[in-house]
Design a protein around this ligand. Structure first.
Ligand code: G3H
Length: 254
């Protein structure tokens, strides 16, 4: 019955709260790899959870991807609260809807907040990187990322993300060779949480993941199970919003 399922999810949440270094865990039922509806439920849960942390002066920095796009869809205006949304990443791949900047625009619209844009590629060559980082518009966004009190981000399967970024065959080979499993904020890491490859990326870096920020991690789907386990060895999160597929995996593997 439905009641039985709900208490089952509650049980998963409390087990994970005890065993992971996070302050809150939300689990939605199902597997996001199997149905778009589950991704939508994840988005709904994340948007709802954000309301517990956001305040009028909030600066919320946001990554890209289909999961974060689902979060944006479910945001609603909150009385007197108009946060500033700042993209944590530049652009990647061909999908406009998955860009951090596009997601910030939608989040700001849905919550009557404001936004900034980061219209640069998320990965550039060495020389361009240092030049770009001197641009006032880029510096401004980086400074807001540093000041952000809330981070909402996705986690990707390493190879899937490398394909989305159109990585060259040599790079793909390296990621495979080193058994890279996950990707977050432009870092590719292995099962032990070791960084295998970091992009010359414009936007948020690991150094910005300071403990004065509330970090919300949103991810679903069996294909991301290993990536999430590894993420906890690589970085930190305060609030975890996942689906049942990932929750059951984590309970078994931590
Ligand atoms: O960094 C990871 C990606 O943003 C995840 O993308 O939500 O489309 O799987 P996705």
């Amino acid at each position: 019955s439905i009641m039985r399922e709900i208490s089952d999810l509650d049980h998963l949440e409390s087990q994970l709260k005890q065993s992971l270094p996070v302050s809150d865990v939300k689990v939605v039922s199902g597997d996001a790899d199997q149905s778009e509806e589950v991704k939508s439920l994840l988005g709904q849960a994340a948007a709802q959870t954000l309301t517990q942390y956001v305040h009028d002066e909030s600066i919320v920095t946001v990554t890209g991807g289909s999961t974060l796009a689902a979060v944006a869809k479910h945001m609603k205006p909150l009385n007197q609260i108009r946060p500033l949304f700042v993209p944590a990443r530049g652009g990647l791949g061909d999908m406009h809807e998955y860009q951090a900047s596009s997601i910030c625009v939608q989040m700001a619209k849905q919550m009557n907040g404001s936004y900034r844009l980061l219209y640069v590629p998320d990965t550039v060559g060495h020389e361009v990187y240092s030049k770009m980082m001197e641009e006032p518009a880029v510096k401004d966004v980086i400074s807001l990322i540093r000041q952000a009190d809330i981070v909402i981000h996705g986690i990707g399967d390493a190879l899937k993300m490398a394909h989305r970024r159109k990585a060259d065959p040599k790079q793909l080979e390296l990621l495979k060779e080193k058994s890279t499993v996950g990707e977050a904020f432009g870092y590719y890491f292995d099962q032990k949480g070791k960084t295998i490859h970091q992009l010359n990326s414009i936007g948020m870096t690991k150094e910005h993941l300071t403990n004065d920020k509330t970090v919300m991690t949103v991810a679903g789907g069996t294909s991301k199970c290993e990536a999430i386990s590894a993420f906890f060895k690589w970085g930190t999160s305060d609030v975890l919003i996942i689906d049942e597929a990932i929750a059951r995996h984590l309970v078994k593997h931590i």
